[in-house]
Each structure stands twice: as C-alpha cells, then as structure tokens.
Design a protein around this ligand. Structure first.
Ligand code: ADP
Ligand code: MG
Length: 750
C-alpha cells in the first residue's frame, strides 16, 4: 500500500526518470565494452559445406531414384506438370535425408502478404496402425504436396471472409526444401479454396512463366534453338546493425523498427568515412558467422561491405533464377536476425531507421537469359546479338514507361515512403537511367532511316551502323545513383525496392509488364512479316517507334533535384506521393488488363491485395502514432519538465542570494530557456492530443482505402511536427536526465 502510494505520487516521475537515465548510461557503457564474438569456420573450404541444409540436386541424386530425379528436374527446368505419385517418392527420399540430419518436424514454408515468411511445424510422428500406441515417423507425398494450415489470421483482403474460405499451401518443387534446426521446410504457394493467390509467391511464379513464354517467342526470332527464357534476380540487401542493449532501451525501434524521435548526431555520414571503410571487428565477426550460415543454406553471398550511413552494411549474392533468389533472400533475412542475436546485435531491415542519414534499399538486379546461355540484356559480340540486345532493352523501356505507376506501387509501403525522396534514395518517380553510350545508340537508331541503317553484307550480317557496340558497352560502368531504375551494363537495377520488402512484389510487376510488352512486340512483328516486310526492317521499324514512345521515361540527370519533379510531371510520369493513393495503380484499367492477359492476377485478387495494402498501411501508421504519443508524454514531457523545474529552482536560489539587478542578469538565459521548454512542452501536448483525435476520427471509417487515406492525410503529418519539438528539447535538456539512447550512441559500433 505504502509503495503504491509512492508510485502514485509525483515521485513516481522523478524515480522513473532517474532509473531510466541510469539505464541509458548503463546500456551505452555496456555496448562500448562488448567484444567481438569469436567465430570458427565450419570447415576448410566453402565448397565442403555449401548447401549442407538444402535438398539440392546433389542430395536428390543420392536419395531419389534415377527415374524420380529425372521427372523432378523436368518439372523444375522445363515446367512440366508433376504427377502426384511422384510426390510419394520425393517425400520418402526427403524424409530419409532429413532424419539423417536429426530432423523431427516438417513445415510448409510460405510468403503470406505480411513482412517475412510463415511456417507451422508438424512432427513426423504418427501412431502405427494396430500398434497399441507405438509411434513411427511418417512423411508422405500427400503431406509434401499439399497442406491446409489453419492460417485464417493472415491478411486476405476479404477473400477468406466466409466460413468455407479455406487456405491451402502447395509444394513449389522449383525451390528446394531446406532444414532449419530440427525442421524440414518445404517452400510452398499459399492459395484460397477458390484458387485465389493469398501470397507473394503464386503471382511471382505465374509472372515468371509469362515472361518465359513471351521472351522465348521473341528470342526465337534471333535463334530458333532457344526453348526457355529465365528471369534472373541478384538482390543487394542493405541493413543497419544496432547493439541489442541500446535497441532494447528504444521502444520506437522495438515496436516500429525505426526511430520516431532523435536529434541528429553531430557527426554522422558527412565525412563519408563509413562507406567501404574497414568493417568494425564486432560486425566483421557477425558477417563471417552470417556467411557460414548462408552457405550452409546454399545462399551464394559474395559481396559484403560498409554502406554510406554509420552502422549500415550490405550483403549481395551471386544472382540466380528469380524465384529461388527471392526465397533465399527471405531466408537470409530470417538468418540475419538469428545470427545477429548471437553477436548481441539487432538487425534493422526497416527502410529508414534513422532520420537525416541514408535509408536502406534492396536493389533488385534484374535480367533475362536464354537456356542457351545468352544474356538478353547483355550487349553481344555480333550485330545479330546486338540487335537482340537492343530489342529486349527497348521493350523493357516501353514496359517500364507504360507501367511506371504500377512499378512504383509494387515497391511502395509505409516504410519505404520515408526513404524515397530523402537522402540517397531514388525519388517516388520511376525513370530509367541508360548512360550516355546506350542513349547515344538509341538516338542514332531513332534518327537513322532504315535504308542507311540496315546493310546486309556478303555474310548476311546485318548492320545498324551500331556494330561498334560490343567493345564500347562491355565496360560501360556509367553510374547514376539517383536513378530508381538504372541500366548497369548487362542488367537493370531496380533500386527503389525497399530493404524489408519481399522482392516478389517488384519482380512480379516487372516481369509481367515486360512479358506483356514482348507479346505485343511479337504480335506487331508477326503482322509485319505476314505483310511481306523483311525480318530486319520489321524489327528496325518497331524499335524506332518504341524508342520514340518511351522517351519520357529516360532520364540521365539528377533524380533528386526539384527540377526533375517539375519535368517528370510535364512528361506525364506518375508523381503521386501519397502511399495509399499510389496503390491505386494496381487497379487501374490498364493494370487489370495487364495482369489478366498475362494470367498473373485477376481483378478480384488485385482488389483484395489492395485492401491488404491499405490495411497494413493504416496499422503501421497507427502503431507509430501510438508509440510516438507514448514516448512524447511518458518520456519526453516528464524529463523536460523535470529539467525545467531544476532551472526554476536555480533561478529562485540566485534571486535569494543576489541583488535583483544582478540576479536578473545571471538568470536571463535560464529564464529564456524555461520559457522555451514550457512552450515546446505545450506544443507537444497539444499536438499529441490533436493527433489522437485524428486517429479516433480515422478509426471509425470502415472502408480500408478511405481509412488509409485519412491516416495519411490527417495523422501522419503530426509526426514531423511533434518530432521537431522533441528533438529541440533533446538539444537543451541535461544529458544526464535524457532517458532514451541518442543517435550518437545508437549509430557507432566500436
Ligand atoms: P553494385 O553495388 O555495384 O551495384 P554489387 O556487386 O553490390 O554491385 O551487386 C550486384 C548484384 O547484381 C549482384 O547480386 C550480382 O550477382 C548481380 N548481377 C550481376 N549480373 C547480373 C545479371 N546479369 N542479372 C541479374 N543480376 C546480376
Ligand atoms: Mg550495391
């Protein structure tokens, strides 16, 4: 009772501040003392343990019959339909391997429409028939191929609202099963009873087969031997590391993944001394550990380095087939979080954890290649190869141009919005950087008349007056970091993708858009051929038309400048800034037609997925608003008033000791400070109250789209206003009283 009374009294605040500020000094001190964790390599050479936990082709050869293996590989490589019987054979082989590895459980591993992946573990055990309670390990083809997890709590956008709307997971044989600890994980798609996609993987797989079909038809114009076109993805994963003690003392980091308040550190990235700098030993040790783990999962990480912002780093693998590369990225994000804990770190995958310094992206390096080993976005050595290259390049340009609003929607999220347009990040306008050489080639092509450009020489080789491309282009290292979609020599780099995102979203939109465009190109080409135009002239005429058409998307200048925003608007590019409104691009008549024609998503799915996006947006902003109110009222205001009363005490004492004139002189600055603090506190209290009212107004809106718009227009604008006052207080309040770790403490790992 007595204790309770104390807690109720105003002492509560004082004690709280005292303990919290002590805690801050303790965690900062601890963080500085921490030493690198020693990490031993699991074996001598990476090749000894690469893919140890993956049921890859090597394991298949060992645990499956030759016949089964052949059928599986045909399904993976040629997209042939798998017979259900085969699942039994595969399951038996997988079980044998998994049990040898000490595995007891299995799970279908899928990508719901949330951040990250989902799994529900089941043990292998079953009662043996008529055995009086004895158990055996069982894993059949049925369990491998299909499951019905009671995953009713995942967002579905209304598709699963009725009682019969079950969700199924179904095996994706193109991504190998893997083991995490004691569990066999089987990559799967997640669909509703009525067949609608409830995940990221289903539309991705459909878009990959759409682009395969359309691109193969076009590639066959140049080489009839091409049977398949593969979409490649090489992701570059950026992230921040924060000491786990400091992290725990920042409720905003814990609950929202980013700092909602915090005054800039006097030194951050202005000296550019972090980028590619020596990796701190604690971090180096984490990276080594992470690499060992990644290799065991067959993730071919190759590049690691410090990024621009303090405590910011990057990992990039050797690129691979898009579906597998994306699964590996999601797996790596999960592994990163686990490994970080061993090193007393927390990984921040949020796109903008700290204001005033760079945010994190996940550059998606994208290209198309044939089963004959030709990169379709790689400048070739012969004029034919170059014509093919230019054909695919220009078609990509048209696809990006026509779908620039959709591509922006595919990368947009509440998190990523904080990154786009600030600091290093590409702006919320999609444009393409080609570099001076490619731009010159396209200009030349556009301006030349077909007579002068197409010269068929004795060896039947066609010249476009651009036969010099190979040598020049191969070392095209032209870079423009401000571009959201840049050509980088043999691929496009989609940089606007966010660090926490599932790349499937961006890759689905891009591959579908390119597939649609290639199909259109092929149709127009066929029409020309039918009317007697030569192959070369048909291509040439179409390319000329497309180059003209897609001009507005090409921009080699500074994407961060204000002039670009004005210019982009003039060019008719999508310049919408509001996240919930950007999503509307998914359900424009053009997008609906695009996804439907390519068989990737139907209208119902597109609407449902937007519902999920709006709902997620609202929830994220809502959580941030709540955390911000809590921090402002429970941490900042009490600390500031405590400091204010300290100043007042001092002022009164000065007045008691000195004659009035002198006292006033001594007290002048402190008196001003007291007034400033009082004013800031009052603004914070008023703004928080107003924000809470706006939330209440928004919360009663039933329509998800309108609710998201209301959160965007009416709630979010308060964040900056409140933060501004809080950060100003952080500057003046006694450092010893401040309860939250400051930027300068969070951002510099020793
Ligand atoms: P940078 O930071 O200079 O852009 P990185 O080395 O960090 O380059 O990452 C480049 C990424 O692009 C790697 O993942 C790499 O495997 C990938 N990549 C390279 N060539 C291709 C290609 N043809 N298609 C797709 N990805 C590619
Ligand atoms: Mg990079």
């Amino acid at each position: 009772m007595y204790f309770y009374l104390i807690l109720q009294s105003k002492f509560k605040q004082i004690f709280y501040i005292y303990f919290m500020s002590l805690l801050r000094f303790k965690v900062v001190e601890d963080a500085f003392k921490k030493k690198a964790v020693a990490v031993e390599a699991p074996a001598k050479a990476v090749s000894d343990y690469f893919g140890k936990y993956v049921f890859n082709r090597e394991k298949m050869a060992k645990y499956l019959s030759v016949e089964t293996m052949k059928i599986i590989l045909n399904a993976i490589d040629k997209g042939e339909v798998l017979d259900r019987d085969i699942a039994d054979h595969v399951a038996a082989g997988m079980k044998m391997w998994a049990m040898e590895m000490g595995v007891t459980h299995y799970t279908h591993w899928f990508h719901p429409l949330t951040d990250g992946t989902a799994e529900k573990h089941d043990a292998f055990i079953e009662y043996e028939n008529g055995s009086n309670g004895r158990v055996i390990e069982e894993f059949t083809g049925k369990l491998l191929a299909q499951q019905e997890p009671d995953a009713s709590s995942f967002p579905s956008g209304g598709i699963r609202n009725t009682f019969e709307a079950r969700g199924y997971t179904a095996w994706d044989p193109s991504s190998p099963a893997f083991i995490v600890d004691d569990t066999l994980c089987i990559p799967t798609v997640f669909i509703s009873y009525t067949g609608e996609a409830l995940d990221y993987k289903t539309p991705l797989l459909k878009s990959l087969s759409a682009v395969d079909k359309a691109a193969t038809a076009v590639a066959q114009i140049f080489d009839s031997k091409v049977k398949k076109v593969i979409s490649y993805l090489g992701w570059e994963q950026e992230f921040f590391l924060v000491d786990d003690g400091l992290y725990a003392a920042r409720p905003d980091l814990v609950l929202t993944g980013r700092t909602l308040i915090g005054h800039e550190s006097a030194k951050n990235q202005q000296l550019e001394d972090h980028y590619f700098g020596a990796i701190p030993t604690r971090v180096h040790s984490f990276m080594k550990d992470l690499e060992y783990e990644a290799y065991k999962y067959g993730i071919p990480v190759k590049t690691r380095h410090n990024e621009v912002a303090p405590n910011q780093f990057e990992f990039a693998p050797i690129y691979g087939e898009t579906n597998l590369a994306n699964d590996q990225n999601l797996l790596l994000m999960a592994i990163m979080k686990r490994v970080a804990r061993r090193h007393s770190f927390r990984v921040l995958l949020h796109e903008k954890p700290f204001a005033g310094i760079n945010g994190s992206g996940k550059h998606n390096n994208w290209s198309l290649g044939t089963d004959t080993g030709v990169g379709l976005l790689t400048p070739g050595k012969t004029p034919e190869e170059n014509l093919q290259f230019i054909t695919f390049l220009v078609n990509t340009l048209v696809a990006v141009y026509k779908n620039n609003a959709l591509l922006k929607a595919s990368i947009m999220s509440a998190n990523n919005a904080h990154r786009l347009g600030s600091n290093e990040a590409p702006p919320a306008i999609i444009s393409v950087f080609l570099g001076s050489q490619i731009s010159a080639v396209l200009d030349k092509l556009e301006k030349s008349t077909s007579e002068e450009a197409i010269v068929v020489d004795a060896k039947k080789k066609m010249k476009l007056g651009i036969t010099h491309i190979p040598e020049v282009l191969l070392d095209n290292t032209d870079r423009n970091r401000t571009s959201p979609f840049a050509f980088t020599g043999n691929r496009f780099e989609f940089r606007a993708v966010g660090s926490s995102a599932n790349s499937a979203s961006a890759m689905t939109a891009l591959n579908t858009a390119v597939a649609y465009q290639l199909a259109e190109f092929k149709q127009e080409y066929d029409a020309k051929i039918t009317s007697g135009v030569s192959k070369e002239k048909a291509i040439f005429d179409l390319l000329k038309k497309y180059i003209k058409e897609s001009k507005p998307i090409c921009f080699d200048g500074n994407g961060y400048s204000d002039e670009w925003k004005t210019e982009a608007e003039k060019r008719g590019l999508d310049c919408e800034n509001s996240v919930p409104r950007i999503f509307e691009a998914y359900t424009s008549p053009e997008s609906i037609k695009l996804f439907r024609t390519m068989g990737v998503l139907n209208e119902k799915e597109l609407h449902a997925r937007n519902e999920v996006k709006w709902e997620t947006y609202t929830k994220k902003v809502q959580i941030e608003a709540r955390v911000l109110s809590d921090l402002a009222l429970n941490h900042i205001v009490p600390v500031a008033s405590k400091y204010q009363s300290l100043l007042l005490d001092n002022i009164t004492k000065v007045k008691a000791v000195f004659p009035e004139d002198k006292a006033n002189k001594i007290n002048a600055i402190d008196m001003q400070l007291v007034e400033d603090i009082a004013e800031r506190i009052s603004i914070i209290q008023t703004k928080v109250a107003q924000m809470i009212q706006k939330q209440k107004n928004a919360n009663i809106i039933e329509n998800e789209q309108e609710k998201a718009n209301s959160y965007h227009d009416n709630v979010e604008p308060f964040f900056e206003k409140i933060r501004f006052q809080v950060d100003k207080l952080e500057e003046v309040v006694d450092n010893e009283m401040w309860t939250l770790p400051k930027y300068r403490e969070l951002l510099f790992i020793r």
